[in-house]
Design a protein around this ligand. Structure first.
Ligand SMILES: Cc1cc2nc3c(=O)[nH]c(=O)nc-3n(C[C@H](O)[C@H](O)[C@H](O)COP(=O)(O)OP(=O)(O)OC[C@H]3O[C@@H](n4cnc5c(N)ncnc54)[C@H](O)[C@@H]3O)c2cc1C
Length: 379
């Protein structure tokens, strides 16, 4: 049975462990943190990510709430600009939830699989890509621990130590900061939540419900040099009211990295999730791409006779798709943050589009299914 060591027990690492174990690998996850805390805030999971989680038996439908659309509003006035449906073309749903709830259902699934071990308090501290096997060292309470395996999966986030140890460039500031808040909404009997986004010059805010009891996630993206709400606190009264009673969760400087998929040396080392391609949250796809990566990597390795070509195939499958998502993220960043009068032209153009035609713009993203993506490219 081939064995893999995974650095990092975030969304990417836990999903990669499940995907590899489903294909017969034994897996050791080594996580730097001594305890898995409820970090993060809300997260949106589109149908492409849910498809993978369902295939892996993760009970994601038991947490969070369904969402049916993103309502785009003018920030200052709150005027509705457009409604963008978020289900796939064939009606598969979209969920909004707390990241900690996603991590919890992933952990439940991981603990059910005997061939996955999870070790906490073990940071990756040394890595060598020049030998054909994996030679990695992890720190621990009783000193460094040397691990050998058939594969190392670097799932250690945007500030990836694996990438640093292999000489990849450091993450770069994006020029934007996310201010995150926890809020509470009035009770509702609506079966599906609407995600609301308020757009304005160089800033935007997003709010959505993350559980049935009415907990809400609120995030405001602001320029990194001015990390305060500024004018946003005087925008649309519905948003301003939420912000006034919300609990601040802190400021997240948003970083980017040049995508990297595998080590350049002979060692079978693959990058997944933010370690591979941290992306800005303008299209809510960072975790979704981590989840897709994990599944595609495991499928490519299924024919494990030649891991080098499996990893090249992984890169060939993932690089174009993630590149297209990154382009969409950059497009949203430009369009969401237009100043007046350019924003008025944007609003007019969007108002002329039907929800169905706006949905078609994102069909390539949300309609993705793991089996079809692999079949189309001949796996
Ligand atoms: C404001 C904001 C909103 C977002 N909204 C969405 C959204 O709506 N939808 C969406 O899909 N995505 C969203 N994202 C992105 C998403 O949160 C990330 O892409 C995703 O959580 C990345 O998961 P990961 O497992 O790759 O990395 P992480 O969650 O960072 O996990 C990395 C893990 O590796 C561990 N680690 C680090 N160094 C080491 C080491 N040396 N050795 C061992 N372990 C190590 C860390 O402790 C951590 O547990 C958002 C991000 C932000 C900032």
């Amino acid at each position: 049975m081939p064995d893999a060591v995974i650095a990092g027990a975030g969304i990417a690492g836990l999903t990669a462990a499940l995907a590899l174990a489903q294909r017969g690998w034994t897996v050791r996850i080594r996580e730097r943190a001594a305890r898995l805390e409820a970090v993060g805030a809300g997260i949106q999971l589109s149908p492409n990510a849910l498809d993978v989680l369902h295939r892996l038996g993760v009970a994601v439908d038991t947490v969070g709430v369904a969402a049916d659309s993103v309502v785009l509003r003018d920030g200052p006035t709150g005027r509705r600009i457009a409604t963008v449906p978020v289900s796939s073309t064939d009606g598969r749903g979209y969920r909004v939830l707390h990241r900690a709830d996603l991590q919890r259902v992933l952990l439940v699934a991981v603990h059910r699989v005997p061939q996955i071990e999870l070790h906490l308090g073990q940071p990756l501290v040394a890595l060598d890509a020049t030998a054909p096997g994996i030679q990695a060292e992890f720190g621990g309470p009783s000193g460094d621990l040397r691990d050998e395996a058939d594969l190392l999966v670097a799932a250690d986030g945007v500030r990836s130590d694996a990438a640093r140890l292999l000489g990849f460039p450091s993450p770069q500031p994006s020029g934007a900061t996310a201010l995150r808040f926890a809020a509470t909404a009035a009770p509702t009997d609506q079966p599906a939540a609407a995600i609301e986004a308020w757009l304005g010059a160089r800033r935007h805010a997003v709010r959505y419900r993350i559980d049935a009891a009415g907990a809400e996630n609120l995030v405001v993206i602001v320029p990194a040099g001015e990390p305060t709400l500024g004018a946003v606190s005087r925008w649309d009264a519905r948003l301003a009211g939420s912000l006034a009673q919300a609990r601040p969760l802190g400021a997240w400087p948003l970083l980017t990295v040049m995508p990297r998929w595998r080590a350049e040396g002979p060692a079978p080392i693959a990058f997944v999730g933010d370690a591979a391609h941290a992306m800005l949250p303008y299209a809510a796809q960072g975790a979704a791409m981590a989840i897709e990566d994990a599944f595609v990597l495991s499928a490519c390795l299924d024919d494990a006779a030649d891991r080098g070509s499996a990893l090249r195939r992984y890169e060939a499958l993932r690089a174009p798709r993630v590149g297209k998502v990154l382009a969409r993220v950059a497009f949203h960043r430009r369009v969401y943050h237009l100043p007046r009068p350019l924003s008025l032209a944007r609003d007019l153009a969007l108002a002329l589009r039907s929800p169905a035609s706006l949905r078609r713009d994102l069909a390539w993203l949300y309609d993705w299914r793991a089996d079809e993506a692999l079949a189309i490219s001949g796996n």
